[in-house]
Design a protein around this ligand. Structure first.
Ligand code: PLP
Length: 386
């Protein structure tokens, strides 16, 4: 009955577990939800106020499909200031979250059978979207601490390689691609003529080194790169659904054409809010980062005390990706079974590694309050001892 394209398509496992945890909460069950990658902070007040003003002033009409010029200018300024990349606003498109722009990028670049290299573990959305574009995901299975090298990429190149997907800092590992490797990867992409799609949604949440955008390295790699980003994670604006992409005129023009047939444009009110997020007071962003630094330090300290659990210290984002392989066996044969039991018995929601094509591991999001994190660790300790 269904088209081949979607016959194997399942709901995002992260969203499914999040929904289960939220349903428990509604029933009054004290679940701690460390599944979804969503900051627990409210959107800063000045951003909310900008959206209020937009309603009052009647910004309730259709906007340009690629987004209002004011926002694309603010994004161009952000790219220049933060990443040292010069984009004209015409090289920028705004969409309903970075997820939708990733979808558009794969749709406009992939022909059936084109290969897209995805380093694992990876956010499951990447490979699902590649398949929806009839591309072929080609995986690189990395080992802890999950740091991608140009050599890893070289090994899986074929004449059908079309795109390399980068996600640094990574969901789920928090790993960052080191700048010298980024240089080598850029050189390889130029030599072998493949595109880079780089998802930099966690760029503001780096703890061990400065974020480097691959498109900033030279003009040629900039031409071959589509940089994806958004305001969801850095400005606590997940529900507003604003993401953006930047790249060559040609690719962005095609993405605009697709978007105009798909969603028309992102919400006008959310676009105004995003302008304020990018050009307004940046203090709340620093305050949130300070909080994440504390939570990360707490999780690292606590996880080091857990028996039979191993992990690499995350360099960015807000996840701990830990191995439960030593805890698997007859009772819990897989990480999925382990995560389900943790939710059932201790009411802590986490995501099993299978969702990132990496069995034996668990992703815990520390984008929750310190109080919740402390209680979650107590419950996990209890669960491990059972
Ligand atoms: N990219 C990565 C790597 C993510 O982890 C997520 C959300 O979890 C997104 C993109 C989605 O972000 P947005 O809210 O902009 O669609």
């Amino acid at each position: 009955m269904f088209a081949k394209r979607v016959s194997a398509l399942a709901q995002s496992p992260t969203m499914a577990i999040d929904a289960k945890a939220k349903a428990f909460k509604k029933q009054g069950i004290p679940v701690i939800n460390l599944s979804v990658g969503e900051p627990n902070f409210q959107t800063p007040e000045h951003i909310k106020e900008a959206a209020h003003r937009a309603i009052t002033e009647g910004m309730t009409f259709y906007t340009a499909s690629e987004g209002i010029l004011e926002l694309r200018e603010a994004i161009a300024t952000k790219f220049k200031q933060d990443n040292n990349i010069s984009y004209d606003p015409s090289q920028i498109i705004v969409g309903t979250g970075s997820k939708q722009l990733l979808y558009c990028a794969f749709q406009v670049l992939c022909d059936p059978g084109d290969e897209v290299i995805i380093p694992l573990p990876a956010w499951g959305t990447f490979s699902e979207q590649v398949k929806l574009a009839e591309g072929k995901p080609v995986f690189i299975s990395m080992n802890s601490p999950f740091k991608l090298t140009a050599q890893d990429v070289k090994k899986v190149l074929t004449p059908r390689t079309k795109i390399l997907l980068l996600n640094s800092p990574s969901n789920p590992t928090g790993a960052i691609v080191d700048p010298d490797e980024l240089e080598k990867i850029a050189a390889l992409a130029i030599k072998e003529k493949f595109f880079i799609i780089t998802d930099e949604i966690y760029e503001k949440l780096v703890y061990t080194q400065k974020h480097v955008s691959i498109a900033s390295l030279n003009e040629q790699i900039k031409e071959q790169t589509i940089t994806i980003n958004g305001v969801s994670k850095s400005y606590a604006m997940t529900g507003w659904r604003i993401g953006y992409a930047a790249g060559s005129q040609k690719v962005i023009a095609k993405m605009k054409a697709l978007q105009s047939q798909l969603i028309t444009h992102a919400s006008s009110l959310s676009q105004v809010a995003a302008v304020e997020a990018l050009i307004g007071d940046q203090k709340p962003l620093a305050a949130m980062k300070t909080e994440f630094v504390k939570r990360r330090a707490f999780c690292i300290r606590e996880f080091k005390t857990l028996k039979n659990i191993s992990f690499a210290e995350p360099e960015g984002a807000f996840y701990i990706f830990f191995s439960v392989e030593k805890l698997l066996g007859e009772q819990y044969p897989t990480a999925t079974a382990w995560a389900e039991a943790l939710l059932e018995k201790e009411k802590v929601a986490v995501i099993p590694g299978e969702a990132f094509s990496y069995p034996g591991y668990i992703r815990l999001s520390y984008s929750a309050s310190m109080e919740d994190l402390e209680e979650a660790i107590t419950r996990i300790k209890q669960f491990i001892m059972l």
